[in-house]
Design a protein around this ligand. Structure first.
Ligand SMILES: NC(=O)c1ccc[n+]([C@@H]2O[C@H](COP(=O)([O-])OP(=O)(O)OC[C@H]3O[C@@H](n4cnc5c(N)ncnc54)[C@H](O)[C@@H]3O)[C@@H](O)[C@H]2O)c1
Length: 715
């Protein structure tokens, strides 16, 4: 009946038609402009055929429909509110026509049905899901709201509570959860899906199931009385607003759209949704979050590309050192199914590593994310070792012993003699040059950096560091291992601090200068947290460890003396001298005590005022905006230098490294996105205002060139 490049309609026996999504040349189905226009034509064919009694909708791929094509968002969003509303209306017309067909419609959901895919399903009369389904409305995670009827149909199909939870939370739901929430009508094994969907359709045709009643419910106002509605909406706005925070307006906007449309018919409600969508689509937050999504896709593709280049899959791994990091690496590897040997020189170390893994796994069991027997399987994949027995069988070793160049070089050289000729060895050092460590090895081509962040199970980033002699295969195997561990690998070149610490320490240098000039650290923490950082710089230093920071600051000063060498005693020097090491000994900028959940809770430490007093050499009045500028400029200038020097390949990877590695606020999209949003010229002007503070406040050549040519870092 219709044959397109994204979908087709064919006739089955007994007056049934089948609409099948199968986007040519792609591994997934999505609602791109092509699919929207083909759906329009397919609906015309269906409306014109007089002999159809029912419509079955299927996908020929492993997924159903993953959503709208996010790569098309940029052009649509930039075109202005009228165009955005027009764009939405095109597919909304389709979905309404589908909902108004003169015969029943049943969709067979076989895999991902997200965003527009879920909204499409909601406009069908019945939804039958396979157990493999993941369904949801993740739009608020992109800073927008559902725009193809999600806020209209979901509350009318599944009730307001589910709609608020699904839309404001943006989570993917499995088939069982979707059934409980009444978003789908039945769940069956994948091989029974088609049969079950056809059976439902036949029952609709026979009049056993009243599909028309469902349509009436979906097209009318929400069934809530005024008081119920007031209570439900006001409570959920307050709750969701507090959870999302003021930097993420879209979850509350979605609820407001549902509230405004609660007593309206379908078509009026869709208009309200479209207006709210257009408003959100034009916020910088949506631009940043969509940018992050696109960056993520690029990053995943690149990581997969490296994995394909690897000479073999990682079957077995090993970690040297069972401390904080080694224990975390062993846990993560075992959790994701890669068996790992965990070697230490001391039984004490091994006991600690194992007990950490045990603790993390027990939590998963308590939260019902894992069964006790699965926990046993994971623990069995960690093989504690005090010797190198069996190391000739491993494909990769991660070295995570103490941060001491001599010890590391000795350990690496020794390990190299115990492994196969092709085993890749990667160091988790945070400050020592990979090229320098490689000098201790006879096969430096098999060696690179693999820099995890603490805590390993929580932090998504792994920097894979290429030394002067590192081979492509060593990088490829290491990225493949990071992928297998569920981590986000970004390949960077060797330099002091690699990428993340190289730009984090200039930010912390900005902090030290502010303290030197008499600004209170609590005030800076508050301002930077309001700006979006998960923790202010003083709190961050306490978490990192003041001793670790002092050590890293020295490494950075030696590496980049022109920019990072200090001519004053800094706050970290003073705290270190006073024995205040941060959370690790319960006192740093703040004091720490374990709370009821066993987590360190921070409290003011009045004694720190006296410790820092001698380091304050001025009493400068600094505005809140200037504090932000003085903190962020050094990070941005250093990141620009990293891009200029090829330490990182692209602005997108640099931004993602900061989001994944430091918790840089996603709604700002990254440092380059932040600079782009103000414009390179405005950034250069801002830096010039503070140039007396030193070389970290000089705009690098790339910023000047972008300013001169009115260009952005994201082309
Ligand atoms: N802790 C962090 O936040 C963090 C973050 C990123 C990277 N790193 C890096 O990870 C590495 C380990 O740091 P950590 O914090 O886990 O240290 P840690 O002190 O907790 O653990 C080091 C472990 O190495 C063991 N060890 C020492 N010599 C050994 C040898 N010859 N063979 C095997 N084991 C040996 C020790 O017994 C100890 O268990 C360091 O290079 C550090 O810079 C640490």
């Amino acid at each position: 009946m219709f044959q397109g490049k994204a979908l087709s309609v064919t006739r089955l026996p007994d007056g049934i038609a089948e609409l099948t999504f199968d986007l040519q040349g792609e591994s997934v189905n999505k609602f791109n402009l092509l699919a929207v226009s083909e759906l329009e034509q397919a609906l015309t064919a269906l409306e014109q055929a007089k002999d159809i009694k029912g419509l079955l909708i299927t996908s020929a791929k492993d997924v159903f429909i993953v959503g709208a094509d996010i790569m098309e968002f940029g052009a649509v969003f930039a075109a202005g509110p009228d165009q955005i509303i027009g764009h939405l209306a095109n597919n909304n017309r389709n979905f309404c026509r589908l909902e108004d067909l003169p015969f029943p419609t049943v969709v067979a959901l076989n895999g991902f049905a997200l965003g527009g895919g879920c909204e499409f399903a909601l406009s069908c009369d019945y939804r039958i899901a396979s157990t493999a389904v993941k369904i949801g409305l993740p739009e608020t995670k992109l800073g927008i709201i559902p725009g193809w009827g999600g806020t209209v149909r979901l509350p009318r199909v599944a009730g307001l509570d589910t709609a608020v939870e699904w839309i404001a939370g943006g989570k993917e739901n499995d088939a069982a959860a979707a059934l409980t929430a009444r978003v789908v009508d039945a769940v069956v094994e994948p091989q029974k899906l088609r049969e079950a969907a056809l059976h439902t359709l036949n029952q609709c045709i026979a009049g056993t199931f009243d599909y028309c009643a469902r349509r009436i419910q979906k097209k009318g106002p929400l069934k809530l009385n005024f008081i119920e509605s007031m209570m439900a909406f006001e409570t959920s706005k307050a709750f969701v607003g507090a959870q999302a925070g003021r930097n993420y307006p879209s979850p509350v906007t979605a609820i407001k759209a549902m509230q405004k449309a609660a007593d309206k018919s379908r078509d009026e409600a869709l208009q309200i949704e479209a207006e709210a969508f257009a408003k959100m689509a034009q916020t910088p937050v949506a631009q940043s979050l969509v940018g992050i999504f696109i960056n993520e896709q690029m990053l995943n593709k690149k990581a997969k590309g490296w994995e394909k280049k690897a000479d073999k899959k990682i079957g077995r791994a090993a970690v040297l050192g069972a401390g904080i990091m080694g224990g975390g690496i062993a846990y993560q590897s075992a959790l994701k199914g890669v068996p790992i040997k965990m070697k230490d020189i001391a039984q004490k170390g091994i006991d600690l590593g194992l007990s950490e893994a045990n603790k993390l796994l027990s939590k998963r069991v308590d939260r019902k994310k894992m069964s006790a027997s699965e926990m046993g399987d994971v623990l069995n994949r960690i093989e504690p070792a005090l010797t190198y027995d069996g190391f000739d069988q491993v494909d990769i070793i991660v070295e995570a012993v103490v941060e001491n160049p001599k010890v590391k070089r000795a350990v690496l050289a020794e390990a190299e003699t115990k492994v196969g000729a092709d085993t890749v060895i990667a160091s988790n050092t945070s400050t020592i040059s990979i090229t320098y460590l490689a000098e201790a090895l006879t096969r430096p081509e098999n060696f690179c950096g693999m820099h995890f962040f603490n805590p390993v199970h929580m932090m998504p980033l792994v920097e894979v560091i290429r030394g002067a002699k590192t081979s492509d295969n060593a990088i490829a195997r290491t990225v493949a291992y990071a992928n297998a561990m569920g981590k986000k690998a970004i390949v960077v070149k060797d330099c002091p601090g690699f990428l993340v610490n190289r730009v984090l320490f200039p930010y912390l240098a900005g902090f030290a200068m502010l303290l030197r000039d008499g600004v209170e650290f609590q005030r800076i923490d508050k301002i930077m947290e309001t700006w979006g950082w998960p923790m202010g710089p003083a709190y961050l230093l306490d978490v990192v460890g003041i001793d670790t920071a002092v050590h890293a600051e020295k490494v950075m000063a030696d590496g980049f003396p022109d920019r990072m060498k200090r001519d004053f005693t800094s706050c970290t020097d003073a705290l270190f001298a006073a024995g205040r090491l941060g959370q690790k000994n319960d006192k740093g900028f703040y004091n720490y005590e374990l709370d009821k959940k066993g987590k360190p809770a921070k409290a003011a430490a009045p004694e720190v005022i006296d410790i820092l007093k001698p380091t304050i050499t001025a009493a400068v009045e600094v505005s809140d905006d200037d504090i932000i500028a003085r903190m962020m400029i050094p990070m941005a200038t250093e990141l620009m230098r990293c891009l200029e020097e090829g330490i990182v390949d692209t602005a997108a990877e640099a931004d993602m490294a900061l989001v994944y590695g430091t918790g840089f606020p996603p709604f700002r999209g990254g440092v380059f996105r932040w600079v782009d949003s103000m414009g390179a010229q405005a950034f250069c002007d801002m830096a010039a205002k503070f140039s007396a503070l030193g070389a970290l406040y000089q705009a690098p050549e790339s910023a000047k060139a972008k300013a001169a040519n009115n260009q952005k870092f994201y082309g």
